[in-house]
Design a protein around this ligand. Structure first.
Ligand code: ADP
Length: 326
């Protein structure tokens, strides 16, 4: 079993010729509502890759609630520990996509910003009975830290996708903390967050964490070593169509990406994380199996890049295995 503690969003994707400037009104070509949120995306990715998955989080009391929950149910994600918060709306991301592919995203954390350490404690038994706990940073840091603490106490392995990128220099925490709960926000970055079994930032998140660019393989290896030195037992920096820089057991290994014709890389990182979790948990979360699990996960990331949207782009295990074996 895999448990995810994280965000659940409705993505409102607006296709427009160009992104409007302040004060401007434009006509969009179309709009679609697609289930997203990194927590939910990774939970669905892991369920499709073959694991039994529980999600801990919150949705709001609004029209999106039922659709978000139904979607998770249909994808076989256990939602016993998803609470409905009567005081806020569900998490919402308004994503404007230009013809050029450029996008502008506004995130309303809503219920995601109100996930508490106490919600996580209420799900303690499900975390304890998991092989692996998956975390991201779209919910308050307090809740993330509590999940890490519980998992550590009972020897459950933890992986963290440090997204959205925390900015160390401004000592700010996650988006959810900053905007939805200004009085209570935990306004600091805590390096304790790095002391996980597997840390999987993308290039820009890695750059924010280490404070230097991660544009080439030399810099990526340096960043992975730094993140390991700061506490992460194993590190994988995902680099889009260039592949993944893995640092594990004192060795850096570059895993090249599968060659595919990408149309939309949205949620490729989530597909990667979900599939990695499944492959690694099946291998008993042994460090020796990290590179194999990253290869399997890269196939899932590549497949997600071949389809539009977040959750609709997640591949089933059969398709991941087919590409992985090529
Ligand atoms: P994120 O979505 O978090 O920015 P990435 O874009 O780095 O994450 O994607 C995660 C992984 O998915 C990559 O390391 C790679 O293995 C795979 N992937 C992403 N984009 C492509 C692509 N265009 N072609 C092949 N594989 C890709």
């Amino acid at each position: 079993r895999i448990t995810v503690v994280g965000s659940i969003n409705m993505d409102l994707v607006v296709q427009c010729q160009r992104i409007p400037q302040a004060g401007e009104t434009i006509l969009a070509r179309s709009a679609s509502e697609i289930c997203g949120g990194k927590g939910a995306n990774q939970a669905v990715a892991a369920a499709l890759a073959g694991a039994s998955v529980s999600l801990v989080g919150r949705v709001g009391r609004d029209a999106f609630r039922d659709r978000l929950l139904n979607n998770l149910r249909v994808q076989n994600v256990d939602i016993t520990h998803v609470r409905t918060d009567d005081h806020v709306s569900s998490g919402l991301a308004v994503i404007s996509v230009e013809e050029s592919g450029q996008n502008a995203i506004t995130v309303v954390p809503g219920a995601n910003g109100r996930v508490t350490a106490s919600d996580v404690r209420d799900a303690e038994s499900v975390i304890r009975s998991s092989d692996l706990l998956m975390l991201q940073l779209e919910i308050p840091i307090d809740a993330v830290m509590e999940a890490i603490r519980i998992a550590r106490q009972c020897g459950v392995r933890v992986m963290l996708d440090p997204a959205p990128a925390p900015n160390r220099n401004s000592r700010k925490s996650s988006i959810a903390d900053q905007s939805s709960n200004p009085e209570k926000r935990t306004d600091f970055w805590d390096d304790d967050l790095l002391t996980v079994d597997f840390l999987c930032p993308n290039e820009s998140e890695a750059a924010d964490l280490v404070g230097h660019g991660v544009d080439d393989l030399v810099q990526a290896e340096a960043a992975a070593r730094t993140l390991h030195a700061r506490g992460a037992a194993n590190v994988a920096i995902t680099m889009g169509d260039r592949g993944v820089m893995v640092f594990s057991e004192g060795r850096a290994t570059m895993i090249p990406a599968f060659q595919v014709s990408a149309v939309d890389t949205t949620a490729a990182g989530d597909a990667f994380a979900g599939a990695f979790a499944v492959a690694w948990a099946e291998a008993g979360c042994q460090t020796a199996n990290i590179v194999d699990a990253v290869q399997f996960a890269s196939a899932a990331g590549a497949l997600a890049a071949c389809t539009h949207g977040a959750q609709p782009s997640m591949a089933t295990r059969d398709r991941i295995e087919e590409l992985w074996r090529t």
